[in-house]
Design a protein around this ligand. Structure first.
Ligand code: TEU
Ligand code: CA
Length: 571
């Protein structure tokens, strides 16, 4: 690839700093902890680190509520620590990408403190302030300016009693939405981004960036969305997902922040509800918006009617989704590839099997399938160990604001607490946020103190120290997958063709580039699977192909895939 496209050969590792490594015994992971683990990451072979937010923050949403963009929160360290992290990472050939959370700030950010201080404050218009709905008294149900529900339960509007107006918050009430219609807001954000680039970072992961353009074009103002079944609240997303000025804003950002700089930075936009058509526009290099987006289609497949209802994923749906995204971005644009992050349950528990009998094989299978797609793979901390969901004892075990709010509002509205608990066990973001399992010492080597979130009790069986010492571990399998992307051009550059789309348990595809062809065969089940050319015509001609990498070590070139077996073949 050209220098411009270096990210096509790269693998990104996501760190959730709070849960990665504590260096001072206060129970919270920190920047020094990350520095101490750089050699581990170097061994894994990743190219880029993306850090979830470490800026100054009241931590209402674990740092996604920022009160100073140019300071580090004391729980994570200092700017000097970050400078050292950048230097130490660069010395190992690892780039650093920071989270950029600019759809909203904290309500404790000086911008918002000023904005809320009076109706005629110069920063009033930096946020979305609106009078109560006509005919309603401020503070009464239904008085909110629109019927939008927040992502974290309840109305997306909070009344400020002092000025008698509501402000918009798509997430918690401590995360007021910035008004991107205001030029000064945009310029302030761009200045802050330049400040970080000047400090030496290598790009941004942009939080809910497709929500920054709110639609005021229809009625001249924000408007009600379709009602949500069984609720007085509505779905505001048609009015804030990929709004009318989204492409303009991203192009302006590119001009104001990145253009004219020597380095090619990495930009990835987190975009819930994004469609493939939008993705082509967002990631077309000619348009100068972002390099790639995080889309949510595959991680929404096990959602039922309500966001929290869960159902088992049908592999055919999963393949249809991946296949559609691969096809749509084959010529123009680029995919990001991920199974999990700090907002999603653990991949092996969700798409594989965390039964001890199948955990290692299925974790490796998932890595194999994902990393062999066309796009840039993201590894979420602990995924490379096959870390699993947490065994939450009861409702009191959940710490995340989304889970806590959901439990409260759902049970208050009359839902069966046992059902709500079951949904949370499967779907809570807390699953991803338990501390990294480094070794079998107390608290899994994460902290010498009391961890802010309990360590998964399975750490004696699942930890980095054991996996580093075991050449057959999930860790070493991920290391080999990453190495393969670096050494075999077809992995980064090749075309993608999905095979056997209707097969219920076989995930199969080919990649091809300049005369090299790879085939990936993966058995998404706990039973043996016969793969013959009768069922899958494309396998004929591959009988004698070379096994590049399998996940069960002693693979024979037979036509039977064992439970959760995955093979990469080359010819
Ligand atoms: O998440 C945005 C988002 O829409 C979801 O993934 C969210 O986590 C939730 O599950 C919606 O129901 C981003 C961040 O990744 C997340 O951690 C933040 O809480 C959120 O934005 C607000 O900044
Ligand atoms: Ca600490």
């Amino acid at each position: 690839p050209t220098d411009e496209q270096w990210f096509r050969e790269a693998v990104v590792y996501q760190i959730y700093p709070r849960s990665f490594q504590d260096s001072n015994g206060d129970g919270i992971g920190d920047v020094r902890g990350i520095i101490d683990r750089l050699d581990y990451l170097k061994t894994l072979g990743i190219d880029v680190l993306w850090l979830s937010p470490i800026y100054r923050s009241p931590q209402d949403d674990n740092g996604y509520d920022i009160s100073d963009y140019e300071e580090i929160d004391p729980v994570f360290g200092t700017l000097a620590d970050v400078d050292e992290l950048i230097e130490q990472a660069h010395a190992r050939g690892i780039r650093i990408v920071m989270d950029l959370v600019v759809n909203h700030t904290s309500d404790e950010h000086p911008w918002f403190v000023e904005s809320r201080s009076s109706k005629d404050n110069p920063k009033r218009d930096w946020y979305w302030w609106r009078a109560p709905r006509e005919g309603f008294e401020a503070g009464t149900p239904g008085a909110e300016p629109t019927n939008w529900e927040s992502f974290f339960s309840g109305p997306a509007w909070e009344l400020d009693r002092e000025t008698g107006e509501y402000y918009l918050h798509l997430f918690t009430r401590k995360q007021p939405d910035l008004n991107w219609e205001n030029d000064e807001v945009r310029q302030a954000v761009y200045a802050m981004m330049r400040w970080w680039l000047d400090r030496g970072i290598d790009g941004f992961r942009m939080d809910v960036i497709n929500m920054i353009s709110k639609d005021v074009s229809q009625t001249g103002d924000l408007a009600d969305g379709p009602p949500k079944p069984g609720s007085i609240l509505g779905d505001g997303s048609p009015h804030f997902i990929a709004g009318p000025r989204i492409h303009e804003f991203l192009q302006e950002m590119h001009r104001e922040v990145f253009e004219g700089r020597e380095q090619k930075y990495l930009t990835v936009g987190e975009m819930p509800n994004a469609t493939v058509e939008q993705a082509v526009l967002f990631t077309d290099p000619q348009r100068h918006e972002v390099d790639m987006i995080f889309q949510f289609e595959h991680v929404d497949l096990d959602r039922g009617e309500h966001k929290w209802d869960r159902r088992r994923i049908d592999l055919r749906d999963l393949k249809a989704s991946f296949g559609r995204w691969q096809a749509a971005l084959a010529e123009t644009g680029w995919n990001s590839l991920y199974w999990n992050n700090h907002d999603q349950p653990r991949a092996v528990s969700r798409f594989g099997s965390d039964d001890p009998e199948h955990r290692v094989a299925s974790a490796k299978l998932l890595g194999t399938v994902l990393h062999l797609h066309r796009g840039t793979p993201y590894v979420y901390q602990g995924e490379e160990l096959g870390m699993t969901n947490m065994p939450f004892a009861d409702a009191g075990a959940f710490l995340d604001v989304e889970s806590v709010n959901y439990y409260r509002t759902a049970t208050e509205a009359g839902a069966d607490p046992q059902e709500v608990l079951a949904n949370l066990r499967l779907g809570s973001r807390d699953n991803a946020r338990s501390p990294m399992q480094w070794d079998d010492s107390q608290q899994a080597g994460f902290t010498t103190g009391v961890p802010w979130s309990p360590v998964n009790p399975n750490y004696p069986q699942i930890n980095a120290a054991d996996e580093l010492a075991d050449d057959d571990s999930v860790f070493h399998h991920y290391r080999r997958l990453i190495e393969l992307r670096h050494t075999e051009p077809v992995v980064a550059q090749g075309d993608f063709t999905m095979l056997a789309a209707d097969h219920p348990t076989l995930y199969a595809f080919t990649r091809s580039y300049e005369g090299t062809e790879l085939m990936v065969l993966a058995n998404f089940s706990s039973n043996d699977l016969e793969v013959t050319s009768d069922d899958v015509p494309d396998v004929s001609g591959w009988e004698d192909a070379e096994l590049v990498l399998g996940n069960l070590g002693d693979a024979e070139p037979t036509s039977t895939l064992r439970p959760w077996e995955a093979r990469i073949l080359r010819r």
